[in-house]
Design a protein around this ligand. Sequence first.
Ligand code: GLU
Length: 429
Amino acid sequence: MSSSVFEEAKGQLDKALEHFRIDEESELRLRTPKSVLQVSIPVRMDDGSLKVFQGYRVRYNDLLGPTKGGIRYHPNVNVDEVQSLAFWMTFKCAVVGLPYGGAKGGVTVNPKELSLLEIERLSRGYMSAIADFIGPNVDVPAPDVYTNSMIMGWMVDEYSNITREHKPEIVTGKPIALGGSEGREEATGRGGFYAFEAMRSGLGLGGKPLTIAVQGFGNVGYHFARLAAEAGHRIVAVSDSKGAIYKKEGLDPVGVNKVKQEQRELKAAYCKGSVCEFVEHQQITNEELLELDVDVLVPSALEKVITSENADRIKAKCIVELANGPTTNDADVVFEKKGIPVIPDILANAGGVTVSYFEWVQNRTGYYWPEEEVNSKLKAIIDKAAAEVLDLGKEYKVPLRTAAYISALRRINEAVKAKGTLRNFSMRR
Ligand code: GLU
């Protein structure tokens, strides 16, 4: 098995195509990215030296509309990863029925080693390098791992400086003051929670409160955990890159997050700060967290954390993928055999891009919605997509991931057919 993330991602598509045939031309167009841009970003560091960072933007497919997707800052960013993430964005937008194609961007950098001003210069440099490649009707970036609303604010400002026009709809996930949407910050976690609530009784987990372990306690994992705890579920473990904490009786996600924010890392919550005053917890490793005996496991960090190595040891009754690509295809086979449902990333984490879409709509109309309206519109979209995926799973007798791909393929295929294919050409009158 190839270690390429992109090959893994395309393996998921292949599986769906075994059950749901699409036009040959649609398939061809889904196998390769539309365009791939690599840029060098020179950045003046605080000590006066110059560093050159590598950045990428991949527009994977625009059959359904302008391409859409976040920008990741991470030391492991490379073109294989960025195009895989852009591939997943294509199917994610289609599953929830957004008028968007898929894209993704990234910079190979460890942002934790940079000062705030260096990150600002890098972000403006990246925007300046990709400005001709994107556009409000072409390709619209957003936050992803280790980028946030502050960084999107710098980018939108840079784009306005370059184009000498005010165009907030060039980037989503902006600060509210610069045209961001209410509810965008927590939208990915909230969408994941809605998807889970909409599907759980159909997966045999309805009714009672459940125990949950969240791997990755960043923005997405935190908001999911907070909403799940508010709904009465028990968050027994959370982790970040430094380690994990476990408490059988349940952790308070708000309290843990407060300490994490103050101390900058979850490890600080082990023995320092307010959480320890009212929380007795056990320190465990990230690997142990994945294998806990819980009802629901929520990977919310990076790709390939659940593989053929550990899939057999996973005891959760359901997996909710808030990260992109956390489960390898080999691991999927194990879960299928064991009957463990996986609510797939392209549905479970689609809440972020859905509210990004709302932000783009609000920017284009210049009329802004209250948070309750954003949340109820998000719930309507996720509920509908979740029901559709559950139904397709039953109809085709396939796991939820394959069902989600089938749902996306149906929409993409319709668009291709409507644009005209060889079939039309040979049927011409
Ligand atoms: N980075 C997020 C994702 O992976 C959000 C993308 C967006 O809002 O465009 O879905």
